[in-house]
Design a protein around this ligand. Structure first.
Ligand code: UD1
Length: 415
């Protein structure tokens, strides 16, 4: 197993390229199942979750070539069953359900089960498909879906990201019109809808609460450029801010993370959109600000841990409330090992800023928690060792190299 060793205290200065979006890439790869023509996606990030999705699609018979520019060919799908062994490794595997049932009229997908940050059920995905006339049974830990989806009104109790993506993909080939109400509005939903439209789908309203999809007979292949990763962008913004650095994030789109940019500005961090990206700089010690995670356009839960790392050394006290996942404060005990002063009160963490965190050995528990520990390590005095970094590799493309290129003293080593 690898670990990351950070020697804190270097200001990050320079330019770095933002990678393609993980959370856009995963549903877009599964969208290849909707057509018998090749789909090419450019700007794919090199991540463990992308490899897992690739392995899953290959077990279904999808032929996949290339890495950065990936071509997926689902002309010869040999199985519609997503086995437990792959699904347990990554919850987003459930995103094959909508496309499989839409094109083939049947699918069998292992139930994803819980994960460290919360229970994360898929009841809303299943209720949506049931509204579209798909018969859903739960058998021996598998979701068994039968029957092609029909156009229908699907009303979500909560704007689920994965649920919206599954229903959106299912609706593209459904007979009739589907209206998704209380849809998730994340930029990744908009990117997926644009890709599906490029494949011949008829979609209106993506990015708003109501998405309307008029089903078509068939979809065709497409050539597609993936959007930049807004969570990697926010993470690198935090790296610049926490070290009081000055960094140009090439290819970043500030418009995809306005709620985060607002909080940075309130904390005294300068964020300036430029033609080739976004410049982030911070001169003084950041000020404490409160925040509450919420579905887009609110503050993303996927940036909560990283922003908390910044708040551990802010002037004043910040209250950070997590409303999306029930157990997403696992980074708190680890940040405390680095000298942070944090109390958990129900769904809120009260963070009292300290002058300077101090390096220690910490353990990564999930993807974004791992990132927060690396960030805190960049600012801490002495050496921070982050163990179990495989979580980090699920969602960040060689982050230690990107940080090192900006002047951080950071390396990866075998345990
Ligand atoms: C996606 C993102 C993830 C992000 C999350 C919230 C991907 C691959 N992952 O995950 O990084 O943290 O959005 O922004 O894009 N829920 C239910 N029933 C359901 C579905 C969801 O109760 O059927 C609940 C979940 O338990 C959770 C909340 O809704 O508490 C949000 O889940 P959802 O929006 O579906 O997140 P994911 O698509 O899993």
């Amino acid at each position: 197993m690898d670990r990351i060793v950070v020697q804190g205290g270097q200001r990050l200065i320079g330019e770095v390229e933002v990678s393609g979006s993980k959370n856009a890439a995963l549903p877009q790869m599964t969208a290849a199942l909707l057509t018998d023509e090749p789909l090419t996606i450019r700007g794919m990030p090199d991540l463990v979750d992308v490899s897992t999705t690739k392995a899953l699609l290959q077990t279904l018979g999808v032929k996949i070539e290339g890495a950065r520019e990936m071509t997926l060919d689902a002309s010869d799908v040999s199985s519609t069953e997503a086995p437990y062994d792959v699904v347990r490794r990554m919850r987003a595997s459930i995103l094959v359900l909508g496309p499989l049932v839409a094109r083939f009229g049947h699918a069998k997908v292992s139930l994803p089960g819980g994960c460290a940050i919360g229970v994360r059920p898929i009841n809303l995905h299943l209720a949506g498909l049931r509204s579209m006339g798909v018969k859903i049974d739960l058998e021996h830990g598998y979701v068994v879906a039968q029957g092609k989806p029909q156009g229908a009104k699907v009303v979500f109790d909560f704007p689920t990201v994965g649920g919206t993506e599954n229903i959106l993909m299912a609706a593209t080939l459904a007979k009739g019109t589907t209206v998704i109400e209380n849809a998730a509005r994340e930029p990744e939903i908009v990117d997926l809808a644009r890709l599906l439209s490029a494949m011949g789908a008829k979609i209106e309203g993506a990015g708003s609460e109501v998405i309307t999809v008029e089903g078509v007979e068939r979809l065709h292949g497409a050539d597609w450029d993936l959007m930049p990763d807004r969570i990697e962008t926010g993470t690198l913004m935090t790296a610049a801010a926490i070290t009081r650095g000055n960094v140009l994030l090439r290819g970043a789109r500030a418009g995809d993370l306005e709620a985060v940019v607002e909080k940075f500005k309130d904390a005294g961090v300068s964020i300036e959109p430029q033609t080739d990206g976004v410049r982030v700089s911070c001169v003084d010690r950041p000020r404490a600000v409160d925040l509450r995670t919420a579905p887009y356009p609110g503050f993303p839960t996927d940036m909560q841990a990283q922003f908390m790392a910044l708040m551990t050394l802010a002037q004043g006290t910040s209250v950070i409330t997590e409303t999306i996942f029930e157990n997403r404060f696992m980074h708190v005990p680890e940040l405390r090992r680095l000298g942070a002063q944090i109390q958990i009160e129900g769904r809120s963490a009260v963070v009292r800023g300290v002058e300077l965190p101090s390096g220690a050995t910490v353990m990564a528990t999930d993807l974004r928690a791992s990132a927060s520990l690396v960030l805190a390590g960049l600012a801490a005095s002495g050496t921070t060792i982050v163990r179990r970094v495989y979580h980090l590799d699920r969602g960040y493309e060689r982050i230690e190299r990107k940080l090192a290129s900006l002047g951080a003293t950071i390396r990866r080593e075998k345990e």
